[in-house]
Design a protein. Sequence first.
Length: 102
Amino acid sequence: MFEEYHLSKLQEAAAKKFIKDKVGNPDDHTVDRLRDWLFMRINGRKMPAKYHPRQLGCPDLVPGLSLKGFWNTDVLPWIKELEAAHSVIVEELNTLRETSGF
């Protein structure tokens, strides 16, 4: 299953650990939607596309997520911090672009 996501060995190991520690813990309800999605993927099932016909058969639809084209920043408060750091992020990106291997 991990091959289709082109994960490095380290990323794959981290994903497996997360699945074991969080998803594998039935008492952890913070990952219920992820658990449902993962079981659907393991069992070769796809979530029915009840939101839009273009989603029909999409393997990465996560049960319970809202389909929205635009999210208000009040719903995602961390976005304001990200927007406030825009100039720092641009500066970091430009610095990285000047290094080899980027």
